[in-house]
Write a protein that binds this ligand. Structure first.
Ligand SMILES: O=C(O)CCC(=O)C(=O)O
Length: 343
């Protein structure tokens, strides 16, 4: 069976310290060639419990303008809830492949939900060093438990608990992003679907790789979400492109990593930046990450917020500009992005 063959190849290359050609990125993408090693400004870190609310809004807005990515500390999600989310996810990925394959994304399915691997599949002629599991965690009406592992048995409770907490963090961040643009606090959340906002969890599992200098985990991309809130494990690997340089994100225990996604860039008419990022892999240790992609419902229409545009419906916003993006349904944006078509 293909899965066993791939596992046999993987263990033989691990023992030899070699890597099959299909995993070797072109030289202009290889982490050893392209990672920036000079002095760089640090990825901003934001204290979400800061009593100075104006200061907090400024910190979130500045980081979103300049980086499109920041770390959040004191976010209020108990460390045990995060640890349990990680424990059950790790246990799932340590199961035999046949067990994980029970949750495989059905071939040809429209939804991205399910277990999948890029270790076996070609993307643009090259393979990536990562496996993943995708499923919705909120709202309850959107959840399809067929894609939630029954093993380990605590998986469901751990994910449900995390889903409750992550919403409070998301609401606070959307509030800061709105205020940072001079809008009403609820403007951004309303514009991405309000209470119908979808929370899609992905677990990435990057096995140890004999040649981390030549391979990549997730290839460079921006997220099509509105926001992405990510829990990493302790093995670093996330890199962001800042001023043309690939920069490592440091690991801060218990911090969440926040990515501005394409939908917030569009709503803000380009004030906030959706950030290009990728992941490297590690020679000895498995890296894992748990991004939650916050996405509008498929039929939801997203475009630059009229309040920010010049001369829209009689409004003349001081710094308003013409719209820089098309207004379209989220499902149409997603279709173009996944099929690499112009937006
Ligand atoms: O693993 C990470 O830190 C980033 C993952 C990511 O960018 C993705 O899954 O889209």
């Amino acid at each position: 069976m293909e899965v066993e063959r791939v596992q046999a190849v993987a263990s033989s290359i691990l023992s030899k310290g070699a890597i099959p050609a299909e995993y070797i990125r072109p030289q202009q993408e290889q982490p050893s060639v392209t990672t920036y090693r000079g002095l760089v400004p640090k990825i901003p870190s934001v204290d979400l419990a800061d009593a100075d609310h104006e200061g907090l809004v400024r910190a979130v807005a500045d980081a979103s303008r300049e980086w499109g990515l920041f770390q959040v500390v004191n976010h209020g999600i108990p460390a045990e809830v995060i640890a349990e989310l990680q424990r059950v996810g790790k246990e799932f990925f340590e199961l035999p492949t046949e067990e994980k394959e029970k949750y495989a994304r059905p071939p040809g399915a429209q939804s991205l939900e399910g277990y999948g691997t890029r270790l076996q599949k070609n993307l643009d002629g090259k393979k990536s060093w990562v496996d993943h599991l995708f499923h919705k965690i909120w709202p309850p009406s959107s959840i399809d438990y067929r894609f939630w592992p029954a093993n380990p048995p605590a998986y469901r409770e751990a994910n449900e608990e995390y889903a409750k907490h992550i919403q409070k963090v998301a609401d606070k961040l959307f509030g800061c992003l709105s205020l940072g643009l001079g809008l009403e606090e609820d403007a951004m959340k309303k514009a991405v679907g309000g209470d119908d906002l979808q929370y899609n969890l992905k677990i990435n599992y990057y096995p140890p790789c004999p040649r981390p200098d030549l391979a990549l985990g997730v290839l460079p991309h921006t997220d099509l979400s509105a926001l992405t809130l990510l829990v990493p494990n302790e093995v670093p690997g996330l890199q962001v492109l800042k001023d043309g340089k690939w920069i490592d994100a440091e690991y801060i225990p218990n911090a969440l990593i926040v990515h501005i996604g394409d939908q917030v860039e569009i709503l803000s008419n380009g004030e906030y930046r959706s950030v290009l990022h990728r992941t490297t892999v590690n020679k000895e240790k498995a890296r894992m990450s748990w991004p939650v992609f916050l996405e509008p419902p498929m039929e939801w229409v997203v475009g630059p917020l009229p309040q920010l545009l010049a001369n829209q419906e009689g409004k003349d916003h001081a710094s308003g500009e013409p719209p820089k993006y098309k207004t379209k349904k989220f499902k149409d944006y997603m279709y173009c992005k996944l099929n690499k078509l112009p937006q």
